[in-house]
Design a protein around this ligand. Structure first.
Ligand SMILES: [Zn+2]
Length: 160
C-alpha cells in the first residue's frame, strides 16, 4: 500500500477591492446576477459571470423549483447558456458570488461538486483552463487558476 497526497494552491484576496479592474468588473456582474436569483426555497442567492474569449460576458443565477432537484445552480445556468449561445467561444474566467438572505455571507463560497464536474467538462472541451474567482457577499475572494485545482481525481471522458 502506498499513500498519495493531493494538494492545491489557491490565491486569496482580502476583498474585491484587491482584484484587477477586469476581474472586479466581472465579479460585479456576478453580484448583479446574484441579486436576481430565484431562490425562494434555500434563500441562498448565487450569481455567476463568465468572461468569454469573444469579449462577451454571460451571467447566470440559481433557479430553484418546488421540486428541488429540478432547480439549477448559478454556475451551471451560466455555463450551459454560454455553451448554447456561443458554442465555439472559450471561457476564460468565471466569477461567483453567493449571499444568504438570512445571514451575512462573508466566507468565499466555492462551486458545489456538481458544478465543478460541469465546469470541468468545458475546461477539457476547450483545452484551456478556466480561472475561477469566488466570494460570499463580502470579504475575501479566492482565485483558482483552473477548475482542475478544485476537483482532484476528476472523472473525464478518457475512461469511456
Ligand atoms: Zn452548483
Amino acid at each position: 500500500m502506498n499513500e498519495i497526497t493531493i494538494g492545491t494552491t489557491l490565491q486569496v484576496y482580502d476583498s474585491i477591492e484587491e482584484l484587477s479592474t477586469d476581474i472586479k468588473d466581472l465579479m460585479n456582474k456576478a453580484i448583479e446576477a446574484r441579486e436576481n436569483a430565484y431562490a425562494p426555497y434555500s434563500k441562498f442567492n448565487v450569481g455567476a459571470a463568465l468572461q468569454l474569449d469573444n469579449n462577451e460576458v454571460i451571467i447566470g443565477s440559481n433557479q430553484e423549483n418546488a421540486s428541488y432537484p429540478s432547480g439549477l445552480c448559478a454556475e451551471r445556468t451560466a455555463i450551459y447558456y454560454s455553451g448554447a449561445k456561443y458554442p465555439k467561444a472559450k471561457i476564460l474566467k468565471m466569477a461567483i458570488s453567493a449571499s444568504s438572505q438570512n445571514q451575512v455571507t462573508d466566507k468565499p463560497i466555492p462551486p458545489c461538486g456538481s458544478c465543478r464536474q460541469a465546469i470541468a467538462e468545458y475546461e477539457i472541451k476547450q483545452k484551456q483552463p478556466i480561472e475561477i474567482y469566488f466570494m460570499g457577499a463580502k470579504g475575501k475572494v479566492v482565485k483558482s487558476e483552473s477548475l482542475a485545482n478544485l476537483l482532484p481525481l476528476l472523472f473525464d471522458n478518457s475512461v469511456l
